[in-house]
Design a protein around this ligand. Structure first.
Ligand code: NDP
Length: 288
């Protein structure tokens, strides 16, 4: 069996077109959805990510601001910038690119972002809302994965799903969204005994570990849906995922490639979240 390839580039383009149409509709009410992206430091990968996010915003007819600061920026100065952005009515979403330099407490910074502008969905109140089944913002990467599963018409109710990786930004919110949709979910981490036993029982396997090629075809149930969130730079300098694509695609029913899978969806869902934030502003205005 050779797996169907789930094309994240194509699906993301369709989602971005939808966002552009919603942006035009909001313009009729005098609202231009605005995203502020804040980068501290000069990490080359982060610089590429933030530029991609800002460009995607502009292409969708949204307002975007990129604020770049040197590594030495103090935590107080960053918190002050966030406070200003929180109060800025032209900004509906605020994203602080992670990781931050070591002298800055990321938790403190994330908690400083107004919860209704937290388009990454990392604020503790947004994590709580997600956990209790009433999300305001769904974290962009897991949200994108859910859209991919929806586009493939994967039945989640009653499905057995295994999420490999338990980070706050991918694994845990991913598991919450799947569980809310009716799947039976196991979350695995680096201490999991016999990972392959878990993955071999799963209808859906989602991998987000940062360990290149760690899930191989022999760890999968034939026909499983495999979503590879990982983005790693291989020894040859090329991007690769956390799934061994060559072996997995011979066993899986459907699989996401890297690049061209989850990555473009993450950016598309950031636009969706910013749009949702701006639409809520309009809704509040019209109910006053
Ligand atoms: P983290 O390093 O924060 O978390 C990794 C998780 O994987 C941890 O829970 C860790 O377990 C678990 N893990 C590590 N090794 C194993 C193992 N051998 N078996 C089982 N679990 C293991 O990573 P992130 O969640 O931030 O990112 C994961 C990957 O996804 C990275 O490649 C990252 O680049 C990529 N990514 C891609 C995005 C996209 O848009 N496509 C967006 C965000 C991330 P433990 O808890 O025990 O330490």
């Amino acid at each position: 069996m050779t797996a169907r390839v789930i094309d994240g580039v194509k699906l993301a383009a369709t989602i971005r077109e939808g966002v552009a149409a919603r942006s035009a509709a909001l313009a009729a009410h005098g609202i231009k959805p605005g995203l502020a992206v804040v980068l501290v430091g000069s990490d080359p990968a982060s610089q590429v990510y933030v530029r991609n996010k800002v460009t995607a915003c502009e292409k969708a007819g949204m307002h975007s601001v990129l604020e770049q600061y040197p590594t030495e920026m103090t935590q107080e100065a960053l918190l002050a910038r966030i406070e200003t952005l929180n109060a800025d009515p032209s900004i509906h979403g605020i994203l602080v690119q992670l990781p931050l330099p070591k002298h800055i407490d990321s938790h403190r910074v994330i908690e400083a972002i107004a919860a209704d502008k937290d388009v990454d969905g990392f604020h503790i109140s947004n994590a709580g809302l997600l956990m209790t089944g009433t999300p305001l913002f769904r974290p962009c990467t897991p949200y994108g994965v859910m859209k991919m599963l929806e586009s493939e018409q994967v039945v989640l109710r009653g499905a057995v799903a295994v999420v490999v990786g338990a980070s706050n930004i991918v694994g845990k919110p991913m598991a919450m969204l799947l569980q809310t949709a009716g799947a039976t979910v196991t979350i695995c981490n680096s201490k999991t005994r016999d990972l392959a036993w878990h993955t071999r029982h799963a209808d859906i396997v989602i991998v987000a570990t940062g360990k290149p090629g760690m899930v191989t075809g022999d760890m999968l149930k034939p026909g499983a849906i495999v979503i590879d969130v990982g983005i790693n730079r291989g020894a040859d300098g090329k991007l690769c995922g956390d799934v061994d694509y060559a072996s997995a695609k011979e066993v899986a029913g459907a699989i996401t490639p890297v690049p061209g899978g989850v990555g473009p969806m993450t950016i598309a869902m950031l636009l969706v979240n910013t749009m949702e934030a701006a639409e809520r502003v309009l809704a509040r205005r019209t109910t006053k």
